[in-house]
Every structure is written in C-alpha cells, then in structure tokens.
Design a protein around this ligand. Structure first.
Ligand SMILES: *Cc1c(COP(=O)(O)O)cnc(C)c1O
Length: 370
C-alpha cells in the first residue's frame, strides 16, 4: 500500500462490512496480481486446483486451531450470508421433525431468524427482550427449554442494539445449542463442544462479505431430508469439503489471512478478547462518566464488546457528534436506521488507538456540549 493510501485511512467504526487488519490488506495487495507460485491471482484459480485447495485447508485449519475445534465437528465455508442460515438451520433441523424449536429473542437479527424459522415449523419464543427495546439478554431462570426441543437458538451479539451474551445461555444437554455469532465470531475463546451449531457471516469480524462459517456437530449432518434443495442440505457441503459447488474463493482466502493474523500477530483468541475488552471499556468509561449526556442503550451487564450503542440528548447534538467525529477521522458512527443514535463498532481489526481516539473525542465533546 502506498504511504498516502495508508495515512489517509480513517478509523472505521462501520458495523459491517467492517475494518480489516491493515497488514492483511497489504498482503492481499502484494499477492493480488500473482499469488506466489500460481502465476495468477487467487481470483483466477480453479477451486479444485492444488493451490486453492491448500488455501482453503489452511483457512479451515487456522479456525480449528484458534478455537480448538475437535473432529466431532465439520467446519463449512458457505455462501448466502447469515440470512441463509436463518433458513438452513430450520430446514435441516426443524422441518418434519415433529418437534418445536426454542428461540431466545434479544434483538433485530434474532427476530429475522424467527421469522424465517416459522416458515419451516413450530417456533417457541421462550424469551423476548422486545418490551424494553432489546437492551438485555436473559439470566438463568428467565426461560425454560423443553427437553425435546429441536434446538435452542440465540444470537450471541445483537449487532444493531449492542447487547451481547457474556457466556452461553443455559441449555439442556439433550438439546443442540445454536448460535448466530456473526458479529462476535473470533473475538474471544469459545468452548465449541457446548454447541450443536455455531455460525458467522465473515463481514463483521472475520473477513469480507461473501463467506459464512458454519461449525456443525457431525451427528446433526444427518438430519436434513434428501428432498431439500441440495445447497440447503449441510450434509452435501460436509461430504464435499465445502466444494459441493464453487465456494467463494476470494473471501475464503481473506478469511484465512485474518485467522492467521489472529494467531501470529495478536497471539490467539484470549489475547484478542483482552484487547477487545480494553477497547470497548474505553468507550463505556466515557459513557458512564457522562450518564446524562451519553445515553447507553444496553443494560450494563449486557453491553457488547463489539458494538457500543448510545444516544445523545437531542438530534442536533447527535448530528454535531457525527459530523465533528468525521472531521477527526472517526467515521461510520451513525447507528442503525432502526435504532438511531450512535453505534461504534470496535471489532478485532479496530486498533487500540482507534478506540482511544474515539474515547478522547467523546470526552472533549461532552465537556464542550454537556
Ligand atoms: C450482519 C448480521 C446478520 C446478517 O448477515 P448477512 O450476511 O447480511 O445475512 C445476521 N446476524 C448478525 C448477528 C449480524 O450481525
């Protein structure tokens, strides 16, 4: 990357597609015209050729090693985004099962997932935080899961509202636990053995748009009916190493680089979690310093380490905040159109300096305008 291009980069707080590590972008730039030894760009290589198969195997191996995923699980690299998983999950695990599926509803993405699941079977929304504007997640005892549920589904980090489960929700061992981890995947260590299935689209925290990682316990691969459209059946993807059809080769290549960056530059998921905690704390400390000025959306113990959401006392101040932040190279801070306010996304690739710069701007802005 030329010196100018690098220095002109802003601190990008976009909720997704979101910032990628600069060193990863630079490596991609170096290899764009000619992947070492391949004589062509990654984009121009057959997915069945030796070079790309190695890229794909390494990407999968890196993700497996970061989480310590055992061979009891398949790691699938799919298209269709998180949205397709809203349907694929109930298509495989709910349709014609004679069971109902349990959902914990803590935000906009969970709501969409429920809408899609209802097309495939019976859905029990056993917990909803809708009545308080999705500002919280359940505590143990706030809901009951039937022992014969098809699965228990939740969204670990509701990207729009900025509420996050600090750990997995209680779930009977007989019921597969399913998580939409799209916006906090690879942000912290997880015990994958607790899950039946966990998935994430890449464009928040793991890579560019176009690839979705699905980690699925192998016994669940057998649940989809042969009558499903082939792409929708997890088993087809697992049996063909995610090459049942052409996989999204370029996004997989970038995902692999991000995973390697996490282990070699950051030092693994525990180190990443510590850094993410530090970054989000900087923002929440300023919010707590000016509680009448920065109106935090999430209840304190449910705050997201990925997306800090807050409002200001008036729309005039909100506009001034966004515009002055922009002048300070702090970009893409506007909240989702459905919630308003500010949303600062500090995913893995946001450097500590970015969070420091935003926290210091917030402090000045409140002191001046509060
Ligand atoms: C962004 C997001 C989605 C939607 O992802 P698509 O790839 O656009 O389908 C779903 N769930 C969560 C938690 C998200 O952050």
């Amino acid at each position: 990357m030329s010196a100018t291009a690098t220095t002109e980069r802003v601190f990008n707080f976009s909720a997704g597609p979101a910032a990628l590590p600069v060193s990863v972008l630079q490596e991609i730039q170096d290899e764009l015209l000619c992947y070492p030894g391949a004589g062509a760009s990654v984009m121009e290589l057959s997915h069945r050729g030796k070079v790309f198969i190695q890229i794909m195997e390494e990407a999968e191996a890196s993700i497996r090693s970061l989480f310590g995923i055992s061979d009891d699980y398949a790691v699938l690299l799919l298209q269709g985004g998180a949205a397709l998983q809203f349907s694929m999950i109930p298509c495989n695990l709910l349709r014609d099962s004679g069971k109902s599926a349990s959902y914990l509803l803590t935000g906009a993405w969970g709501k969409k997932a429920i809408g899609e699941a209802k097309k495939e079977g019976t859905v029990d929304t056993i917990y909803s935080a809708a009545d308080t504007g999705f500002d919280r997640v359940p505590k143990a005892g706030d809901y009951t899961v039937k022992d014969d549920s098809a699965y228990l589904y939740y969204c670990s980090n509701e990207t729009i509202e900025g509420v996050q489960f600090q750990s997995e929700p209680e779930c009977p061992t007989s019921v597969p636990l399913i998580s939409d981890a799209s916006s906090d995947f690879l942000s912290r260590p997880l015990d994958i053995d607790k899950y039946g299935l966990i998935y994430a689209c890449a464009q928040k925290n793991a890579g560019p748009a176009g690839v979705t990682v699905v980690v699925i316990r192998r016994d669940l691969l057998e649940m989809g009916s042969d009558k499903l459209p082939g792409y929708l059946n997890y088993k087809n993807h697992a049996d063909n190493d995610s090459m049942w059809n052409t996989p999204p080769t370029f996004p997989i290549y970038v995902l692999g680089k991000v995973a390697k960056w996490l282990s070699s530059d950051i030092g693994g998921l525990a180190a990443m979690e510590k850094l993410n905690h530090e970054k989000s704390n900087l923002l929440y400390q300023v919010i707590d310093k000016y509680p009448e000025f920065y109106l935090g959306h999430a209840q304190v113990d449910c705050r997201s380490k990925m997306n800090a959401t807050f409002n200001l006392p008036s729309s005039g101040l909100l506009e001034a905040f966004v515009s002055e932040a922009g002048k300070n190279n702090l970009q893409n801070l506007k909240g989702h159109r459905s919630v308003g306010g500010i949303r600062a996304s500090v995913y893995n690739a946001m450097p500590l300096e970015g969070a420091q710069a935003l926290a210091s701007f917030m402090d000045d802005f409140a002191a001046k305008n509060g």
